[in-house]
Design a protein around this ligand. Sequence first.
Ligand code: CU
Length: 327
Amino acid sequence: MNTPLRITAFGAGLAAAFGLALGVGHATGNGPAPKPATAAHGGHNAAGAGQAPEHAGHTEESAAGTGAGVGAEHLPGGLQVSERGYTLNVENPFVTAGSPTDLRFRILGTDGKPVTAYQQQHEKELHLIVAPRDLSTFQHLHPTLAADGTWSAPTAVPAAGEYRVFADFTPTGASEGLTLGADLHAAGDLRPAPLPDTGRTVTVDGYTVTLGGDLTPGRSGRLTLSVSKDGRPVTDLQPYLGAYGHLVALRAGDLAYLHVHPDTTTPGPEIGFTTTAPSGGSYRLFLDFKHQDTVRTAAFTVTTDGTVAPAPAPAAGHTEGADDHQH
Ligand SMILES: [Cu+2]
């Protein structure tokens, strides 16, 4: 596939996040086209300067406004349990496969106390993703926040494994969101599996989802996912989390969590997203879409050169946990 890639303003911010020397435009969808920066951001030099002050490399990005533009020195999300002074503290990281569990955790702030105030992103104050190291399953939960800052999500991990729990959130007052990742151990009969070759078409629950576009390392790329049922394009997708689809992309090998932005304003059949692959390699894409009041997940394996191979993905579990959180 040679689908042309479109650099959007959003993408430029993401590219900067992954270390490209691109200028950062407005963080909203229709800003001016990004221009190459004439010089590297100040943050690039911080590594050689020893202990740079916390915010030294951030001033230039503040123009991005809504927080999509982050410092060029930032790692992809999800790799760290603690970042920028915030820590993901999982109360019960040892669970048993198949057993209902109440996943409880807190986000500790820069003062060491639980964070209790969050800004909504995609209609929720916090998105919780649970995936095993082999990326064979996926859960997207919306935990409930208690007054003391404890989040809880009733769930059950489907199989034994070493899992990663991702909390994607923006504390109130923070200039940008962050994704923290922590380990979750599920005891049981461990059967890790290689990444499935999914090809560009995945079937879930009678729906056929076809992937268009490619991931290119270090460059913003546009992915499209087209939904059909019984051979007919689905044109009445329902909004889910403020868009007609929600996509999570995780890198195989370390489960780096990619930020993905939906850009579609029509209810199908095609849902578009922009994201940047921080490196070459394989990624798992998990698309949540809602139709006839049910959210379903289609999972793809994609490599950054666009190569994908056939075979249906195993059904990706989707659990809407504690989704009655009031806003
Ligand atoms: Cu969510």
